[in-house]
Design a protein around this ligand. Sequence first.
Ligand SMILES: Nc1nc2c(c(=O)[nH]1)N=C([C@H](O)[C@H](O)COP(=O)(O)OP(=O)(O)OP(=O)(O)O)CN2
Ligand code: ZN
Length: 142
Amino acid sequence: MYGLKTESSFDGAHFLTDYHGKCENLHGHRWRVVAYLRAPELGGQGTERDMVVDFGVFKRALRALTEELDHTFLVERGSLMDKTLACLDEEGFSLTILPFRTTAESLARYFCERLCDQGLPCSQVDVYETPLNCATYLREEG
Ligand SMILES: Nc1nc2c(c(=O)[nH]1)N=C([C@H](O)[C@H](O)COP(=O)(O)OP(=O)(O)OP(=O)(O)O)CN2
Ligand SMILES: [Zn+2]
């Protein structure tokens, strides 16, 4: 089995719905995203001969995904009133509406699934909220 790893980071704002503590308030992170690919065999021909995937392809794919979220307000769908969303939009803030609670665990799954959707054999994503706090999503094989 072979593996590749790359990482990218993004800045964003969020709050946790149904959280009783300081994280229920709007705050920000520099999220660090570390992604892993896994493949039983290496490429047999062409540019990717003896590679899992070209590092360039992998790093650009992850960067593009983190860029989509960079300097936006990550909002769990349904967690803010429509009129609040409309006001934020009118003020010119960039919002990313996501269909899950914006925990590090859910973000890790989100990045893994988005990489897989692009045909990359993502096996794991780690999302660091702080240098010491990290959540991991491991994709089950098969
Ligand atoms: N399992 C998870 N727990 C928490 C998550 C998460 O995504 N997964 N997220 C949060 C909050 O987003 C919060 O911002 C992090 O809070 P906290 O751990 O308190 O962060 P700090 O390290 O900055 O706090 P210090 O007080 O400075 O230690 C909460 N939990
Ligand atoms: Zn947070």
